[in-house]
Design a protein around this ligand. Structure first.
Ligand code: PAF
Length: 284
């Protein structure tokens, strides 16, 4: 496995691999890798000949009061994790390599980025769309693998790819969970021991949505209330949103219909840590 720091080098490597007929799979990450990221690399290797992982904590997707400065970083440990997962190259640019002086362009997505995460983190998805576009232009992958954990992000990326004619297939891989159901996340390291125990409340809330849906609930507000009730009963969280929507465009009809696939999405603060989770459910 090779560590690459510059855009020019990774572009040259990709050009060579493409000329040799190799299919390139790409996993964009912000580092501090866990088993969830490793599963994306494994998936990339299943779908392509070569797996390239990027490690870049992207400043433009963090709001001014968010955790950019304290976001956990450990490149040496990440390199070992990438190698163990089967990555062939790690692209880990410095900030100035991705955003050189004078950088003044933004990829801005409307619609699917407006609600849920977008309404609580107004600059977030433009930052994601901008850096993902830049990473695609640097790495030149045939396919890119994203985790379902950041569900709305996967829709935003798909929208950007479609709108900007990017020739990259987007694969979404399932969320990897701890034994008790907590979605794996680099931000879980912020949790105290007590918070870590409470953190599974979000998973329990998603399960309560599953339960009332399997008992026949189709009313969107009732599904949202079932999730909020579980979270509020724990007395430990401040909810940003606990919402259900159609899985493909995040529209929010009053009543869902049988056969429709929906996504239940939660974001909530546990102390100072903002956790997100989601699940896909088909209305019976
Ligand atoms: O999901 C993430 O880790 C980031 O949002 C991404 C896609 C690497 C862009 O910085």
């Amino acid at each position: 496995m090779q560590l690459i720091k510059t855009v020019k080098e990774i572009q040259a490597i990709s050009d060579k691999l493409r000329a040799e007929g190799k299919k390139i799979g790409f996993v964009p990450t912000m580092g501090y890798l866990h088993e969830g990221h490793a599963s994306l690399v494994v998936r990339a290797k299943e779908l392509a000949d070569i797996a390239i992982v990027s490690i870049f904590v992207n400043p433009t997707q963090f709001g001014p009061t968010e955790d950019y400065a304290k976001y956990p970083r450990d490149l040496n440990k990440d390199l070992l994790a990438c190698e163990a997962a089967g990555a062939d190259y790690v692209f880990a640019p410095e900030d100035k390599e991705m955003y050189p002086g004078g950088f003044n362009t933004e990829v801005s997505i409307k619609g699917v980025s407006d609600k849920f995460e977008g309404s609580f983190r107004p600059i977030h998805f433009n930052g994601v769309a901008t850096v993902v576009t830049k990473l695609f232009l640097a790495v030149k992958p045939h396919i890119a693998v994203f985790g379902q954990k950041d569900y709305q992000q996967t829709l935003v990326v798909k929208q950007a790819v479609r709108d900007m004619l990017m020739d990259v297939a987007i694969e979404v891989a399932p969320t990897v969970r701890e034994a008790d159901g907590l979605a794996k996340s680099s931000r879980n390291t912020y949790l105290s021991a007590e918070e870590r125990i409470l953190a599974i409340t979000l998973y329990k809330a998603l399960n309560s949505a599953r339960q009332i849906i399997s008992s026949g609930a189709k009313n969107r507000q009732a599904i949202n209330d079932a999730m909020s009730e579980v979270i509020n009963n724990s007395g430990a969280f401040k909810i940003d949103y606990a919402s259900s929507a159609l899985f493909d465009d995040l529209s929010e009809p009053e009543e869902f219909k049988s056969g429709q696939e929906i996504v239940c999405l939660i974001a909530a603060y546990l102390g100072k840590t903002r956790l997100i989770d989601n699940c896909l459910i088909t209305i019976p």
